[in-house]
Design a protein around this ligand. Structure first.
Ligand code: PEP
Ligand code: MN
Length: 377
């Protein structure tokens, strides 16, 4: 599935929808032979890249609909055939891989609850050895880029060459408007490290509601994602899983028509000359920011000598609380988002303490290295 190997990218722009992008759609779960056939025939008119549907559903609580299981594989395959669409299905165990291979499933995906477990991913990778089927790897439920990269690496080592990464958002303890909060910088870092791996966004599991599908999908396109995977069901309100986030094929058609794919560059003079001038200004400001930070750390290191001399702690809870109040207020008056300002000062403060402790020889440099690694991850 790398961009040049004729994998999933070959599925781009097969039809009318979203020029040049990979678009997979289909119900959360196969529920019956009729339901998946209805879905496929309606979706088949949209020019999608592939039909998706779950057969084995990883549900949070037992007792809810767990998917039809292997019996649904021939229904899915037949529905894909009728709609002339390749079919994609989630696998979580080696036995699922065997069943998918036996029924000619075209694309597999590894769900968020499986990516999180290296034992499970390795077992899937071992079963896929010698079978070069396209595999999409969803992000793990927790925001851990290394786990996501590790899953991709396990598949690659097993000889899987057609791999895509799917951002479906992360679980968080915070109350947000999302079912699974997108953390866009994590997949962007994945893209920086593995630029050849197509990046797909799953706005359905991120948003958890129909209303959020459009803004999330557009954001993904603004960030140059290679594709979208969206849940669509012939009768969403009757769906046996994820009813609140699925849309009808008709609504999917209008959603796709309303989205605007973006390009990385525009080769017109009006764009190139203005952007070049503005970028020059940004470069200068970034250098000023770094000069300021460097000077700030220098002062912080000077303070550590006085703190050390009089047995004062490098961490000052009251001072820190004052800084947070002052900087967020100062930033807000300059149209800067409070959370953004707070996050920046969290990092600055953490680094300031690290530098003070190192300066005062309280801890050897290696002892604070983990902080650097954590940030670099
Ligand atoms: C799904 O795509 O149906 C699914 C279960 O997704 P996730 O693994 O992202 O929860
Ligand atoms: Mn679902």
């Amino acid at each position: 599935m790398s961009k040049s190997d004729g994998g999933l990218h070959r599925l781009q722009g097969r039809g009318a929808c979203l020029q040049g992008k990979i678009v997979l759609a289909g119900p959360c779960s196969v529920e019956s032979e009729q339901q998946i056939m209805d879905a496929a025939l309606q979706l088949g008119k949209l020019g999608l890249s592939a039909l998706r549907a779950g057969i084995w559903k990883p549900r949070t609580r037992p007792g809810s609909f767990q998917g039809v299981g292997e019996a649904a594989l021939p229904w899915l395959k037949a529905a894909g055939k009728a709609a002339k669409l390749p079919v994609a299905c989630e696998v979580a165990q080696p036995a699922h891989v065997d069943a998918c291979l036996a029924h000619g499933i075209d694309i597999l995906w590894i769900g968020a609850r499986t990516t999180v477990n290296p034992f499970s991913v390795q077992a899937l990778a071992d079963r896929l050895r010698g079978v070069d089927l396209p595999v999409m790897v969803k992000n793990p439920v927790n925001p851990d880029l290394e786990l996501w990269l590790g899953a991709i690496e396990r598949l690659r080592r097993a000889g899987v060459t057609k791999i895509a990464a799917v951002h479906r958002g992360f679980s968080t303890a915070r109350q947000t408007i999302y079912r699974n909060e997108p953390i866009w910088r994590i997949p962007l870092e994945l893209r920086r490290r593995l630029p050849e791996v197509p990046l797909i966004c799953d706005p359905s599991h991120m948003g958890g509601t129909r209303e959020l599908l459009k803004p999330i999908s557009q954001e993904a396109l603004d960030l140059l994602y290679d594709g979208l995977m969206i849940e669509a069901h012939p009768r969403p309100e009757k769906a046996q899983s994820d009813a609140g986030q699925q849309i009808t094929p008709a609504r999917l058609r209008s959603l796709l028509a309303s989205l605007v794919p973006k390009k990385e560059n525009a080769l017109v003079r009006d764009y190139t000359s203005h952007i070049a001038a503005l970028r020059k200004e940004v470069d200068g400001l970034d250098h000023q920011l770094l000069d300021c930070l460097s000077r700030r750390m220098e002062i912080v290191r000077q303070m550590s000598h006085y703190k050390e001399k009089y047995g004062v702690s490098s961490f000052q809870p009251h001072r820190w609380s004052d800084i947070v109040k002052d900087r967020t207020r100062y930033g807000a008056a300059r149209a800067l988002d409070q959370d953004f300002v707070l996050e920046i000062f969290d990092h600055i403060h953490e680094e300031a303490i690290r530098q003070q402790e190192q300066e005062a020889d309280v801890i050897p440099p290696e002892a604070t290295d983990h902080k650097r690694h954590r940030r670099a991850r």
